[in-house]
Structures are given as structure tokens and as C-alpha cells.
Design a protein around this ligand. Sequence first.
Ligand code: OGA
Ligand code: MN
Length: 295
Amino acid sequence: MKRIILGRLSYAAEVGRGRINAVCGHNSSVETLRPTSSRLEYARNIFSSMSKEQLQTPHAPLQIRCYASNLQQENCSDGRLPDLQQENCNSGRLPEYLHFHQETSVETREAVSSSFVVLRDFVTEEEEETLLKEVEPHLRRLHYEHDHWDDAIHGFRETERSKWGKASSKILARLQEFAFPNQDEKLALVHILDLAKTGVIKPHVDSIRFCGNTICGLCLLSDAVMRLVNVEDKTQIADIMLWRRSLYLMKDASRYNYTHEVLGEKESYFGSLPVPRERRISIMCRNYPRQEDVS
Ligand code: OGA
Ligand code: MN
């Protein structure tokens, strides 16, 4: 299968440009929190909860706020989803963050729905502030790169970190606990990508040699639309609403069989809804590649 390769950090590029090498030691400075809530279990299960019939119906709202931020978790202190959310979850209605283009087949709907999830309000405003305070000084030292349009990304600066302050570590631990239940598979380095208001991430598939089946990203500062396009059939298109402070998790089929991109200012629509793009910072965690992809 043809793969489009992003020419940047090594986990995103098979042939990097000698920049940051993301293949690193197993030790992470991020402290690990034990699972605290059945809501995370639920979120993991959402991947397998949709039937073909449900996927054929137009998307219906599904709020997945409850198991996101600390604040929200306190509101449901018994560790259960509120009734409405529980019902939506059980009925497996298509989530509000997915918009499939008209020609998209049931198979695509099923593949994407079962391998991509967005958790709205995964962090609170305060937590967003905490993370921004920590990454901004490092980003500020870098210039935005406005590469040639052939390159996969335009108008960005990026860095990686393995050491974080206490407050940020707690947030990242929550994120990694959700994305990588088997914690020792996660890469220690966390990727921070700062996309200018005018920046775009063009369609690409992250390198299979440098990162595994799961990519998760925390979206800060701006809403954005991510588009997935099947690598073999470009009529198969899913748009994904990435709200500010949401966490997305892209796995398996979505990660390997679809390119992903972040739409630029002019194209930034979710269905008919304009999604204004501001400067956006994403904090991404990945896992180790599969053995067969490395050798
Ligand atoms: C990448 C990428 C998406 C994002 O850096 O490879 O796809 O959410 N980023 O910033
Ligand atoms: Mn990518």
C-alpha cells in the first residue's frame, strides 16, 4: 500500500531531515496514574459499539464530556456516565465529531467510527493554561517554518519533550493512561506541534517504522477540522471535529489506511459549519512501532 510520508520528525518521516530523532529510550518521566474511572473503559469500548444500521443514519449528537476533564469527572462522582450519555453510548449512535462525505460507504463509516474517537473537554481551561505555560517558552525560541507547498506541513514549529512539570505530568499521565492502557508501549517523547493560524497539515500517514498503531493528540488554543481520506479510494472521506481542549485517538484502520490532514483556514468547515482556525497547538503521544514494520 502506498503511504504518504511526512518529512519532519522521524516518527513522522521515514527519511527525516536529521532533525529530532524520536526513537528513544523506554523510560518516561511522566508519572503514571492508575485508572480511576469506568468512563475511560467506556471510551475504549466505543470503538466497537456501532452496528452497520447505526452507521447508515445521519450523525446524531453524542456528548462525550463526562469522562474528560477533572471538573467534569467531579460532576459524576460515582464514576458513571450521566443517564443521557449512558443511553447514547449504549445505543451506539454516530458521534457528533464525525462527518462523512456523501459517497462514503458503510465500510468506511464503520472502519473510521471504530478506530477514531474524540473526547471533548478532555482538559479544563486551567489545564490548558498549565500546558501552554510549559510549552510556550520552548516554542518561542523557534521560528515558524513555511516550507514549500510540496511539503506535508506549512506554517509550523515543533519540539519534543520527555520531562514535564508536576501539573503537566498529571495531565499527560491521564491522557496516556487512556491512549495506552499498556503503558510500556508508549514513546517517552511527547511531540508538540504549533500550527500558525494560516498553517495547514497536508494529507499524510505517519511513518510506520517510527510509530505504532496509536496516535493521540490534545488540541489546544483552537478548534480545527481533521480530514481522513482512504489511501486507496479518495472518495472515502471522513471529517472530524477537533474542539479546542479535546483529545483525539487515532488507531489501526484510521491510522494506517487513511491519510490525515488538518484543514487550512479557507477549507475549515465541518459539514456546512465554518470552523474558524486560530493558532493551534497539539500535544501528541505515540507508541512504539510494530516489530514487523521496523525490520
Ligand atoms: C503530525 C500530525 C496532527 C495534529 O504531526 O503528524 O498529523 O493534531 N499532527 O497536530
Ligand atoms: Mn500525522
